[in-house]
Design a protein. Structure first.
Length: 315
């Protein structure tokens, strides 16, 4: 079934995730063409509302829209005083009055994508809300893992670092579990989310104890901008205990993967030449970001099924 919105992983469920992953195999082929463009969303308009800074997410949504022949409306609101409540409502009503078909929104406050349907009927895609969810990141991570090591069923995925402030971790835990992986969160106690006991995950504060048994080490960025207090004694100490160094990477199984959503703090959560090791799929994640966002947009706005898509992609 097609979702109306992609605000969090729960909007999709397992079948929605599977649908987007299988659409991505088609869009992967489109992206490999000399002219990577199809008319699948011709006539549609997509508004990109970024209330927070972003490089790869914003660029990949924009690229994805263009490759589907949709028009985009671009807002950069990071520098304005727009925050929440009435003024957000005004912006949304204005944008919808212009006749857009979807709004892609990134916002520093958790829950904003769930507010928007009060003021507009258009499809909403969450490109990151506060420390809450970032569903398209989770989708592209599932796609990257599946392409590299096959089905996620039974795979051990360890998510390491600042889980507490991470929207990527929250969406990834849901998506990885939905696809049958088991998840271990690795963090000092101060960086574990308070609500973690209600999640179906293992937890540990001993990074070295899980390196050799993980199929994926998913390193998170230290989200210093979201930390009001000091959560670790010093970044150097944090890097010593929880950074993926070259010597730690040697303890991994040879076929295991190193992932990071970017932007990386080199020397903190990841160091040395680790991002460049053959096990690292960090640049594949970025490349798959465009493909997955094409699939997410098509899932919401396209004429529905994969069958229709085949008329565009199989020449
Ligand atoms: C993430 C984000 O902004 O939520 N980055 C991204 O979208 N690629 C992760 C982060 O900022 O650490």
């Amino acid at each position: 079934m097609t979702a109306k919105h992609i605000r969090g992983i729960d909007d999709l469920g397992k079948s929605g995730i599977e649908d987007i992953l299988s659409l991505s195999d088609h869009f992967h082929e489109v992206n490999a063409r000399r002219i990577p463009k199809v008319p699948a969303l011709r006539g549609k308009t997509i508004a990109l509302l970024f209330y927070e800074d972003s490089t790869r997410t914003r660029l990949s949504f924009e690229t994805a829209s263009k490759r589907l022949s949709a028009d985009t409306l671009n807002f950069s609101i990071a520098s304005s005083s727009v925050k929440k409540g009435e003024s957000l409502r005004d912006t949304i009503e204005t944008v919808s009055a212009m006749g857009v078909d979807a709004i892609v929104v990134r916002h520093g406050s958790s829950g904003v994508p769930w507010l928007l349907p009060r003021w507009t009927d258009v499809a909403i895609i969450n490109a990151g809300d506060g420390a809450h969810e970032h569903p398209t990141q989770a989708l592209l991570d599932c796609y990257t893992i599946r392409n590299q090591i096959g089905s996620l069923v039974g795979k051990k995925i360890s998510i390491v670092g600042d889980v507490r402030h991470s929207r990527v971790a929250r969406s990834n835990v849901k998506a990885f579990l939905a696809l049958g992986a088991s998840v271990t969160l690795v963090a000092p106690k101060t960086l574990m989310p308070v609500e973690v006991e209600s999640w179906e995950v293992e937890t540990t504060d001993q990074f070295d104890s899980i390196i050799g048994e993980s199929d994926v080490l998913y390193m998170l960025r230290m989200q210093l901008e979201r930390q009001q207090n000091s959560f670790v004694p010093s970044l150097r100490e944090y890097a010593n205990e929880y950074g993926l160094t070259e010597s730690r990477a040697k303890e991994m199984k040879s076929e295991s993967l190193i992932m990071h959503p970017g932007p990386m703090n080199r020397g903190v959560e990841i160091s040395g030449n680790v991002p460049e090791l053959s096990q690292s799929v960090i640049t594949d994640q970025v490349a798959n970001g465009v493909i997955i966002r094409m699939s997410a947009l098509y899932h919401l706005l396209g004429s529905g099924s994969e069958n229709n898509l085949e008329s565009y992609v199989d020449e």
